[in-house]
Design a binder for this molecule. Structure first.
Ligand SMILES: [Zn+2]
Length: 206
């Protein structure tokens, strides 16, 4: 009888190839959760043959301190050599699981379960946040003199919807409005007999 032949691999449809190409080089969530052999060896060596929980039983498994279902990665700082019984207990008992998360946070920092990719995303998000803060500060600095001028002229603070209108104006239109308002205020001051040089024009000098 002939040996069963291996089923030939079905060629990937061209439309599908592009979709898959997009994902190439990116390890899956399951891959990222696996402890590499090298890491397991180091953890075994450091555990000295005992469960890390202090129960005295031999260590038989590597526990994800931050569980893989919560994006805990297979990195050394997320690995804990434990006995199988204890591993099961951690997963049945949220309190005990949280206890070890706390211990590892103190030991390795608040993102101890992150891998390189997590850190990369974390840094990217932080950079975007910082950029947005700078842009917001620049915008505030640009708007502040206009808002001050308008609220001084109006004799009251600007309402939220009025502030939103000012914020929505492109820079050029904002300066046109500010220039006009300066003239309005100066005109009113002059009409009322105030000295025109002490108007609000100084806010908009180059
Ligand atoms: Zn134990």
């Amino acid at each position: 009888m002939a040996l069963p032949r291996k089923k030939p691999k079905k060629p990937i449809a061209p439309w599908r190839q592009n979709i898959l190409a997009h994902h190439q080089g990116r390890p899956s969530r399951a891959d990222r959760a696996d402890f590499p052999l090298k890491v397991v060896k180091e953890l075994i060596e450091e555990a000295g043959g005992r469960c890390h929980c202090g129960c005295g039983l031999p260590d038989t498994e590597t526990h994800h301190v931050m569980p893989r279902t919560r994006d805990g990665r297979g990195v050394k700082t997320n690995g804990m050599r434990v006995n199988g019984v204890c591993n099961q207990r951690f997963h049945d008992n949220e309190g005990e699981l949280q206890h070890w998360i706390k211990v590892y946070t103190e030991r390795h920092g608040p993102c101890f379960w992150y891998d390189e990719q997590d850190w990369e995303e974390h840094r990217r998000k932080e950079a975007i946040k910082a950029e947005e803060e700078v842009a917001k500060r620049l915008q505030d600095e640009r708007l502040d003199p206009v808002i001050t001028l308008l609220s001084t002229s109006a004799g009251r603070p600007l309402r939220a919807k009025e502030k939103r209108l000012i914020e929505s104006l492109p820079e050029k239109q904002l300066y046109v409005l500010a220039g006009l308002m300066t003239d309005v205020v100066n005109g009113l001051n002059q009409a009322a007999g105030y000295h025109p040089n002490h108007g609000y024009g100084h806010y908009f000098e180059d």
